[in-house]
Every structure is written in structure tokens, then in C-alpha cells.
Design a protein around this ligand. Structure first.
Ligand code: BMA
Length: 370
């Protein structure tokens, strides 16, 4: 009797370990990556993602093998986000100060453990050299698209720098590592120079297609293109700016939770009910567009900065997303820079939501990787 229960316990442990570990085989081609995303959408797996998870954490910087998420729940996020802003101007470090050489190494490690690499690109403004958030000149896209304009040539050089880096991210056999590339994101907002306020649908689509055409011509056939507008986008605008079935592989949306504070900065309302209802209505819209276009969908960016709500993972995020056919959910980065003390979105050991994240990890089977 005792023997049988020990065997049963061992089988149960193995089953749980398998569920969490999902598949550990590296994803070798773009087609395999798209299949993986589609499969996750259809089998109700929601992979967990964290921006810059493998580069730094709340209390550490560039240490190999570390991950705040892993240090809380014992496994890495299935999707690791990386940021390439700064590569276009020849910087050796990203705009978040991570050396591109480290990024390449971490991408390879993520690939080797069977995880997914995702890339965002907060590139500078090619018109005036400002940041991605410099929208002081609203003709940037027009200038990029005009072959007679010097900004057009500058932008081609920037694409060249981006492609040189992307072409260097290879596996041990010298093959390009498949990855999700999510350019021109949050374009329904006004904060980036490529936002809808500064670009007509035709201009935005032309910018997207120029980018893709350039990278295709460089031989970057490993990229899975993700289109991710943000909160506020209507279905009509989502589709008006949609670069087309041939140019997009994954549909996303970015939505964050924001709390309400009093005049002293104390939180008086977590803002969770608004977040839950808004997010659900956007995910319903995304599900519909996904079905109509035949594309997989994902919750490409979310989070609650500083996660002050101790049960946020199991009582806000999980009930909000669990019934939607999203391939993954990605929370934003954990800054370790002391000047940005309040900029983190994933738990770390000792953080108030860490115990709840362990419960979330148990609910989100298939979301993580060892
Ligand atoms: C933003 C912030 C910035 C960062 C940028 C790119 O949301 O986190 O501090 O530079 O993303 O990672």
C-alpha cells in the first residue's frame, strides 16, 4: 500500500514537472515558432513573458543565469523580451544600458533552453536624433518614406545596423535563431514619433512594410512579426493600421494597470476593476481579429508597476486572461537602477506579490521553462 502511494506521488511529481517544463526542445525555425504560438492559443497554454528578464533584476546586473522570475518560482519565463533601442546608432549598449554582446549571449541561452526570444525596438528619432519619445517633429515618417530626403537614407543605415546585429544571433550550427520582432509598437498612442497622431494608416503601413522588406532582403527569414497597438485602439483603427496578413504573424495589444493616488502619492484605489474590464474587452476584440485573420494573438505588454497589490497575479491578471486564447502574456522590466526605484513589473524575492506569484506559477501550467 505504502509502495503504491509512493509510486503515485512520484508519478504526480513527474506530471507536474512536465507540465511546468513543457517542451525543452529549441525552436529552430520561424515556422516552428509560429506553430508554437498557434498551438499555445488553441490548447489554452499561456506562456509567461518578462522584459529583460535575463539581463538584470531588481538587485543584480548582468549576472549570467539569473532571473528574478526564476528566483521567485524556480523556472524561467517561457518568453524573454529584449530591447534593441540604440543599436541603430551604433551604440554598444541598449538604451537601458545592456551591452548588445550580453543580449546576444542571453538570447542564445534562451533559445537553447527551448524558450522564446522576443524583441522590441525603441529606436531614436532619425529626423532630429532625439529618443523614441521625441515626437516634436511630426513629419518623421513622411521624411523616412521620401527617397529624396536625407532622413530616408539615414533610416536605411539604421536598418542596416539593426540587421547586422540580428544576423549575428545564431545557434551552434550557425543558423539564425527564430524570434518575435515587435517593431512600431503602441502606435495608437501619441508618445512615440511613429504614433497614429503623426502617421496616417498608409504611412504607418508603408513604414512597417519598408522595414520588413529591408530585413527580408538581408536574409532575416527567422523573424515572426508582431503588431501591437495599445489601450484606446478601436477595432476599426486596429485594422486600419494593420500592415496586412503577409506582413504580420502575431497580433498583440499593450495595456497596463494604473492605480489612483491621493495628493501625497498614497494609493487609494488599485484600479484593478477598470483594468480587468478594459483588458477583457480588448482581449475579446483581439480574439475576434485573430479568428478573422487566422493569426495567433498575445498580450504583448502588461503589468502593474511595483505590484503593490499582493494578490495581483492570481486575483487580477490570471482571471483576466485565463479564458482568452492568447499565446503569451509579457510583463515589463525590473529596473535595478536606483534612480528608477518604482519601475518594476515582475516579482523578486521579498517583493510583496512574490508568494502570490508562486501560486500563479502553479495555475499557469506550461507558462514557464526550466
Ligand atoms: C519603457 C521604460 C523605459 C525604457 C523603455 C525601453 O517602457 O521602461 O525606461 O527605456 O521602456 O525598454
Amino acid at each position: 500500500m505504502k509502495k503504491i502511494s509512493i509510486i503515485a506521488a512520484l508519478i504526480a511529481m513527474l506530471f507536474t514537472a512536465c507540465q511546468h517544463q513543457a517542451q525543452n526542445m529549441p525552436i529552430n525555425t520561424r515556422a516552428q515558432l509560429i506553430d508554437k504560438l498557434k498551438q499555445a492559443c488553441s490548447d489554452s497554454t499561456i506562456m509567461f513573458g518578462h522584459q529583460d528578464d535575463l539581463n538584470y533584476g531588481r538587485t543584480w546586473w548582468l549576472d549570467p543565469g539569473r532571473s528574478d522570475v526564476k528566483e521567485v518560482c524556480g523556472a524561467y519565463p517561457y518568453v524573454a523580451g529584449f530591447e534593441l533601442g540604440g543599436i541603430e546608432v551604433g551604440d554598444s549598449k541598449s538604451l537601458d544600458s545592456v551591452p548588445f554582446d550580453t543580449i546576444r549571449v542571453r538570447m542564445r541561452e534562451q533559445y537553447k533552453r527551448g524558450g522564446i526570444v522576443e524583441v522590441s525596438w525603441h529606436l531614436h528619432n532619425p529626423s532630429n536624433g532625439g529618443s523614441a519619445w521625441d515626437a516634436s517633429n511630426d513629419t518623421v515618417i513622411q521624411d523616412i518614406l521620401d527617397p529624396e530626403n536625407p532622413v530616408h537614407h539615414k533610416f536605411q543605415m539604421w536598418l542596416n545596423k539593426l540587421s547586422t546585429f540580428l544576423l549575428s544571433v545564431k545557434n551552434d550550427r550557425g543558423e539564425l535563431i527564430p524570434m518575435i520582432f515587435r517593431p512600431w509598437h503602441e502606435n495608437s498612442g501619441f508618445w512615440f514619433w511613429w504614433g497614429a497622431k503623426y502617421a496616417s494608416p498608409d504611412q504607418y503601413k508603408a513604414l512597417w512594410n519598408m522595414t520588413k522588406k529591408y530585413l527580408d532582403a538581408k536574409g532575416l527569414h527567422n523573424l515572426v512579426y508582431a503588431y501591437s497597438p495599445n489601450l484606446g485602439v478601436t477595432e476599426e483603427n486596429y485594422m486600419a493600421y494593420y500592415p496586412g496578413n503577409d506582413n504580420v504573424d502575431l497580433l498583440g495589444i499593450d495595456i497596463y494597470q494604473a492605480s489612483k493616488t491621493d495628493s501625497l502619492g498614497n494609493i487609494i484605489d488599485y484600479g484593478d476593476s477598470a483594468y480587468i474590464s478594459e483588458t477583457k474587452s480588448y482581449l475579446t476584440m483581439l480574439t475576434k481579429i485573430g479568428q478573422e485573420t487566422g493569426k495567433p494573438i498575445a498580450f504583448t505588454e502588461t503589468g502593474f508597476e511595483t505590484i503593490p497589490q499582493t494578490d495581483w497575479w492570481t486575483n487580477v491578471l490570471w482571471p483576466t486572461i485565463k479564458d482568452y486564447p492568447i499565446a503569451y502574456v509579457l510583463v515589463w522590466r525590473n529596473v535595478s537602477d536606483e534612480h528608477k526605484k518604482h519601475h518594476f513589473f515582475a516579482p523578486f524575492p521579498g517583493q510583496v506579490s512574490a508568494p502570490d506569484f508562486v501560486k500563479f506559477y502553479d495555475m499557469d501550467k506550461g507558462g514557464f521553462i526550466k
